[in-house]
Design a protein around this ligand. Structure first.
Ligand code: ZN
Length: 327
């Protein structure tokens, strides 16, 4: 008898919460994130009120992403679309047009002071570039080769400095409040808590990396994703590829890096979760530098991986860096 009553209560609870859950799902704010790092940030700030779909998922490369008709359909049904900006999503306008998206576009990096790079970091004095047409891809108003030579492009990887991450979170909070004013208190509370966690992580990153010997604070990665990180936390990070993975490193770039590793006794090279590691394996072989592990640059890992959230990414990267560089 007692057992049956308990079962009935259990059933009633399941029904109650099940129904409440499905009713809520229909009311949720539909957010689309261009890539996984933003997806995590939106989830942290939006909590239960927001349903997040990420276009470029874990370990994905947003530089070379090619949106599908399904992505356009996803975006068409969204209330708010969060992008990094700074030229990261070269496919953005095409997708917006294809989807007929009528919602709110929020650029997470708004207000960040961008670092710039000379056109993909590939131009060296007096060198000719057979792959020049590739560099110009996506720049509709390229005038001619001579002018392009000096072009400065913004470095999009601003999230690799946690101080910029705080700007991203504030923009996400404000974007969600505009899309869903009733949720203001929730978004403000969640964002405040998250901003505090980011500040705490920034102090931990600084403490861990400042303990590294000065002479060992130089590493090699695949593409130039860590300029903001290096500048914020006192590391020199050199990459054979430019700020986009779209263009491959030239033989001259690779030869130059190999010379530099030998001359400066750079202790470690790091592979990236989004990039082909063959070039770095070759560089390690030719120089005797060790492979220091994998750094998460432009995407998080899956849930079971070592960097499923933005803050986990920093913990993992700093752990890999300190393990490889501390002795
Ligand atoms: Zn990148």
């Amino acid at each position: 008898m007692k057992h049956r009553v308990l079962m009935q209560i259990g059933l009633a609870l399941i029904l109650l919460f099940g129904l409440a859950g499905s009713a809520e799902a229909a009311d949720k704010v539909k957010a689309v994130a261009s890539f996984s790092i933003l997806g995590d940030m939106i989830g942290q700030v939006g909590g239960d009120r927001v349903e997040v779909v990420t276009l470029v998922g874990p370990d994905g490369d947003a530089h070379v992403f090619s949106p599908t008709p399904a992505d356009a359909k996803t975006l068409a049904g969204a209330d708010v679309f969060f992008v990094n900006g700074l030229g990261f999503e070269g496919w953005l306008q095409r997708l917006e047009k294809a989807s007929g998206f009528k919602g709110r576009l929020v650029t997470a990096s708004d207000g960040v002071k961008p670092l710039t790079m000379e056109d993909e970091g590939h131009h060296h004095d007096g060198e000719e570039h057979a792959d020049h047409a590739d560099h110009a891809k996506g720049h509709d108003d390229d005038e001619d080769d001579e002018e392009d030579e000096e072009e400065e492009v913004p470095d999009p990887h601003a999230w690799q400095d946690l101080a910029n991450g705080k700007i991203y979170v504030a923009n996400i909070r404000d974007g969600l409040i505009e899309a869903d004013p009733e949720g203001r208190a929730v978004y403000e509370t969640n964002a405040a808590k998250y901003l505090e966690a980011i500040a705490k992580e920034a102090a931990a990153v600084r403490a861990a990396l400042s303990a590294l010997p000065e002479a060992r604070r130089k590493i090699i990665t695949s593409h130039d994703a860590f300029n903001y990180f290096g500048k914020a936390y006192g590391l020199e990070i050199i990459a054979p590829e430019g700020v986009s993975t779209e263009s491959e490193a030239s033989a001259q770039d690779v030869a130059k890096i190999i010379r530099q590793i030998k001359a400066d006794k750079i202790p470690a090279v790091f592979v990236e979760n989004i990039a082909d590691r063959r070039l770095l394996d070759q560089i390690a072989r030719e120089t005797g530098a060790k492979i220091g592990g994998t750094l998460y640059s432009d995407a998080l890992s899956g849930h079971d991986g070592p960097a499923p959230t933005y803050l986990d990414m920093f913990r993992h990267n700093v752990g890999a860096l300190t393990a490889a560089l501390s002795s």
